[in-house]
Design a binder for this molecule. Structure first.
Ligand SMILES: Nc1ncnc2c1ncn2[C@@H]1O[C@H](COP(=O)(O)OP(=O)(O)OP(=O)(O)O)[C@@H](O)[C@H]1O
Ligand SMILES: [Mg+2]
Length: 236
């Protein structure tokens, strides 16, 4: 199996002044192969989100190695990291993180607009580009079964539907890896199953899925589980 993520001796220390330091990760090693479906479990404060944020290039470690597709992420500058993130990684959060004033299509196409700012020189360019992006966003919404709700705003959608919009947004750049930090944490059990079925389908299509959960029945959808305790992996 080809590795997609390799983490070696990863350490993250949050410091608010010299007096107070929090060692959130203290020497984590983990290799994840292409196509894996991994659940991350562990008590509150054990470092799961810290770990996910580093994997998703939203944060950087204090020390240790992170290789994505054999490329050394810790040697990348901010731009290289955000390029990697936007090309290869989709992130799904517990609280959906949708823009309230934007409808489903607009929320989903957001990551595409990010790179286009310099290219769009006129209203005509903008309209043309927008149409292309909206079509892509609609395709992503179809994938999560939400095409009919494409013009709805977040407040017009249930929690599960909002999370599906967020998953469609994470899919828009055809990522190799989906990182989901407690994606069902705010959902009832029936809706959680629907969301897990979407992740299962994506994984069957070849996407590597890494998800944090507190619930064992959610972790069962994954093919392997790792457990964090006090900033370390205790079982993998
Ligand atoms: N930005 C931050 N600044 C300082 N300390 C932080 C920061 N983020 C997290 N921490 C601390 O790092 C430790 C690990 O936090 P983290 O959020 O990774 O835990 P978690 O396993 O995701 O917990 P939960 O299950 O509650 O989401 C905790 O002690 C937390 O207080
Ligand atoms: Mg967390």
């Amino acid at each position: 199996m080809d590795e997609i993520i390799r983490i070696e001796n990863l350490v993250k220390i949050y410091s608010q002044g010299q007096e107070s330091e929090v060692v959130a990760l203290q020497g984590v090693d983990l290799t994840i192969n292409k196509g894996d479906f991994v659940a991350i479990m562990g008590a509150s404060g054990s470092g799961k989100s810290t770990f996910m944020n580093i994997l998703g290039c939203l944060d950087t470690p204090t020390s240790g190695n992170y290789y994505f597709n054999k490329e050394d992420v810790t040697k990348m500058d901010d731009e290289q990291r955000s390029f990697l993130r936007s090309r290869s990684i989709g992130f799904v959060f517990q609280n959906f993180n949708l823009l309230r004033q934007s409808n489903s299509v607009e929320n989903v196409m957001l990551p595409l607009l990010y790179w286009q700012k310099l290219k769009i020189k006129s209203l005509k360019d903008f309209k043309k580009q927008r149409k292309i992006f909206a079509t892509k966003a609609e395709d992503a919404l179809k994938k999560v079964g939400l095409y009919e709700r494409r013009f709805h705003y977040p407040y017009q959608l249930s929690g599960g539907q909002q999370q599906r919009v967020a998953i469609a947004r994470a899919l828009i750049n055809d990522p190799n890896v989906i990182l989901a930090d407690e994606p069902t944490g705010n959902l009832d059990s029936k809706t959680s199953i629907e969301i897990m079925q979407i992740f299962t389908k994506l994984n069957e299509e070849g996407v590597t899925v890494i998800l944090v959960t507190h619930e064992h029945d959610i972790a069962e959808y994954a093919h392997s589980t790792v457990e964090f305790k006090d900033g370390k992996i205790v079982k993998s």
